[in-house]
Write a protein that binds this ligand. Structure first.
Ligand code: SAH
Length: 261
């Protein structure tokens, strides 16, 4: 029996129906698969049964990495590293499909990192990631809702996002304190090009700094009240941050870049 390490957010998925649902989200057969945080290998086994071309797993826990090597020997490439410290593009030349039931904070961190660092092309064709349900709901939110915010705007910039299922704590061992949701991401073909993706992070930070107030102040802070930009964007400065749709934010980021040359 393996003792779960709280510090590494170890909640192992034990519900066979859920595991089966996860591996049916997208085609696995003959595809390159990257699994992050494989843990005791529950999901790994289900992925293997679907006949991937290549399966690479990244597990930070040394003890678990040794166990995985014993279980899967040469069927799986096991990398005993921290996903946050890996240059993903160095793993494999071809595109991969990524599965991950990671600690919730790490899911959010890698999602932001991968979007911000991506050039015009992603190194993956799909992401299937687990989040705390509240965070997943924020990621898939549309404008004019209370859960709409920075992570929704960032995620929807370059990715199509879909919720697959909500998952109850009972499906894990040990049981987490919160509900989870599995999200499915696919890179968009068309999106607003930006020179520096960090600018999108910056402008959403300024806008959402005071999410209940009118956007007049953050807008003026960024654009010095430039009337020509207000006209061009057709933006109503009496609205609140949550009333601006995705495209408006991408256009604002683009104008911000133009201004700074
Ligand atoms: N996917 C497995 C395990 C989930 S628990 C399952 O569904 O059963 C989360 C796993 O992520 C643990 O095995 C933990 O050791 C691993 N992990 C935590 N932080 C990590 C990191 N930064 N990089 C890689 N793996 C990590």
């Amino acid at each position: 029996m393996i003792k779960a390490k709280k510090s590494l957010g170890q909640n192992f998925l034990i519900d066979k129906n859920i595991l089966e649902k996860i591996v049916n989200v997208t085609e696995i057969q003959n595809k390159n698969i990257l699994e992050i945080g494989p843990g005791t290998g529950n999901l790994t086994s289900h992925i293997l049964k679907k006949g991937p071309k290549k399966l690479i797993v990244i597990e930070k826990d040394n003890d678990l990495a040794i166990k995985l090597k014993n279980i899967f020997s040469n069927q799986v490439i096991i990398i005993n590293k921290d996903i946050l410290k890996i240059e993903e593009t160095s793993l494999i030349e071809e595109k991969v499909t990524v599965f991950g039931n990671l600690p919730y904070n790490i899911s959010t961190e890698i999602l932001s990192k991968w979007i911000i660092n991506s050039k015009n092309n992603f190194w993956f064709d799909h992401l299937i990631l687990m989040f705390q349900k509240e965070v997943a709901d924020r990621i898939i939110s549309k404008f004019n809702t209370s859960s709409y915010g920075r992570i929704s705007i960032l995620s929807n910039w370059k990715l199509d996002v879909k919720k697959i299922i909500d998952i109850k704590p009972e499906s894990f061992l040990p049981k987490p304190k919160v509900d989870s949701s599995l999200l499915f991401f696919t890179p968009k073909k068309v999106f607003q090009k930006l020179k520096e993706p960090k600018n999108l992070e910056k402008i959403t930070r300024v806008f959402f700094n005071q999410r209940r107030k009118m956007i007049k102040k953050p807008f003026n802070q960024l654009f010095n009240g430039d009337q020509s930009i207000i006209d061009k964007l057709k933006i109503d400065l009496n609205l609140r941050p949550q009333n601006l749709d995705f495209d408006m934010y991408y256009k604002i980021a683009s104008e911000y870049e133009n201004l700074r040359g």
